[in-house]
Design a protein around this ligand. Structure first.
Ligand code: AMP
Ligand code: GLY
Length: 414
């Protein structure tokens, strides 16, 4: 197989690393890639992953026969549609299906008409109607920008003035979704699908807030663990029976089936699990902890997906645990600098270090994003994995580097 991965984040580094271990790989390319993928694949730094024609040209130029789309932006730009039309097998849905992620208004309506448990919500395009709901409410609300926001378009609040100001700013450019605030703990559930059937992978947890103890603003995710030892069997069964199965039935019924990964962001509450959001790709940082536990050859697995042979494929998973800690730049999730020199990247393989948007100049690695690295430890138990990750994370040094110190601990609300 000659595989192209689209993206430059730590998730795409993990996907590239997983492919690099496949016995099926004859060529491995990443567009644009980062300083981490550069050592295990060929980076195509000048190919814009969100430009369908540039991606098609790269496929032709490098005789690519499988494309793995890492993140949501190329999906929103219709790259998958272009590849499917050109007959190039790809992992990732068409733009129409990607609305499950790219439009919260679309995904809420999908859940409501198909009876999938989710927080009660309303979509607004007009400020006075929204203002009335905020002023008449008797409980905490969650306000969401409908379009893509890299995990940062959500406000949880019970302060009227804060909500009105936030809602007003969203309504200037987008639809505003307002929903009831759910209380519980969050899990990220991943199903891979070949368009006909699907298989579930072990559950992960993403630590969404910037601060220890689940405090501070929302981020794209400051750390992750896999599996989640506190997820009860009953909740896992309800997730499968009341959420995953009905979702795939509805996707088929509505002509939205696809080849790729469906990500269910779930809140497990005292009244059972509810869907917070769908995404149509692996999570970041969840992929960084999940993929190292998959034992199946990733080339074989992807071919089973693109050839609709997933039902014959068994995805063997390690019984180990893994913990990933994100090392972020000073200022993230607000404004931060890039191009900061990095030292101390571990060279042994006791922990895995996945880069996000890093570059290299004169042999020095430079930061390129807000969530700069994910350091992943694996171990027999969660505690062993935490110890391995935290033993390595402090050695990743750059000016202003910071990380949460409680990844792996159980926190309600994350
Ligand atoms: P979303 O982008 O919809 O997943 O929202 C981002 C984060 O906001 C979630 O991971 C939760 O931590 C929080 N959140 C979203 N919706 C709700 C809700 N209805 N109740 C409580 N927390 C929520
Ligand atoms: N970890 C959250 C996301 O990938 O959307």
């Amino acid at each position: 197989m000659r595989v192209l991965i689209l993206g430059n984040g730590a998730r795409e580094h993990a996907i590239t690393w997983k492919f690099s271990q496949s016995r099926r790989i004859a060529g491995l390319f990443v567009a644009p890639g980062n300083a981490g993928t550069n050592s295990i694949a060929t980076n195509l730094p000048h190919v814009n992953p969100c430009d369908p024609q540039e991606v098609l040209d790269a496929c032709q130029g490098f005789r690519i026969n499988h494309v793995f789309i890492g993140g949501e932006d190329p999906l929103a730009a219709g790259v998958s549609d272009a590849l499917i039309e050109a007959g190039i097998p790809c992992i990732g849905p068409r733009r129409k299906t990607a609305q499950l992620e790219t439009s919260k208004a679309f995904s809420k309506a999908f859940m409501e008409r198909n009876g999938i448990p989710t927080a009660q919500a309303n979509a607004f395009t007009y400020f006075p109607a929204f203002e009335r709901v905020v002023r008449e409410r008797d409980h905490r609300l969650v306000l969401k920008k409908s379009g893509l926001a890299a995990g940062k378009g959500v406000l949880e609040s019970d302060d009227t003035d804060e909500m009105l100001a936030y809602g007003k700013s969203v309504l200037e450019t987008d639809t505003l979704v307002v929903e009831d605030h759910l209380v519980g703990y969050e899990v990220s559930v991943f199903a891979i699908t070949d368009g006909i059937t699907h298989q579930l992978l072990p559950c992960c947890t993403d630590y969404k807030k910037a601060g220890d103890g689940g405090t501070g603003p929302n981020t794209g995710g400051m750390g992750s663990i896999c599996p989640v030892p506190w997820l009860e069997n009953t909740a896992w069964e309800q997730i499968q029976n009341e959420i995953v199965e009905p979702t795939f039935t509805a996707l088929r019924a509505e002509g939205l089936s696809f080849v790729g990964v469906l990500y269910f962001g779930i809140m497990v509450t005292a009244n059972g699990p509810f869907v917070l959001e769908y995404n149509v790709r692996f999570g970041d940082p969840e992929a960084q902890v999940l993929l190292p536990l998959i034992r199946a050859d990733f080339g074989d697995l992807c071919e089973a997906m693109t050839k609709q042979r997933l039902s014959e494929f068994s995805i063997e998973v390690s019984p180990k645990s893994s913990v990933g800690v994100v090392v972020a730049a000073k200022g993230y999730p607000g404004v931060y600098d890039t191009g900061i020199p990095v030292t101390g990247l571990p060279t042994d393989d006791s922990a895995l270090v996945f880069h996000a948007a890093t570059t290299e100049r004169d042999g020095v690695t430079l930061t390129g994003s807000g969530r700069c690295f994910t350091v992943v430890g694996r171990g027999k138990e969660l505690l062993d994995a935490m110890n391995t990750a935290y033993a390595a994370v402090g050695s990743v040094r750059f000016d202003g580097a910071w990380f949460r110190s409680d990844i792996g601990g159980r926190i309600f609300g994350n």
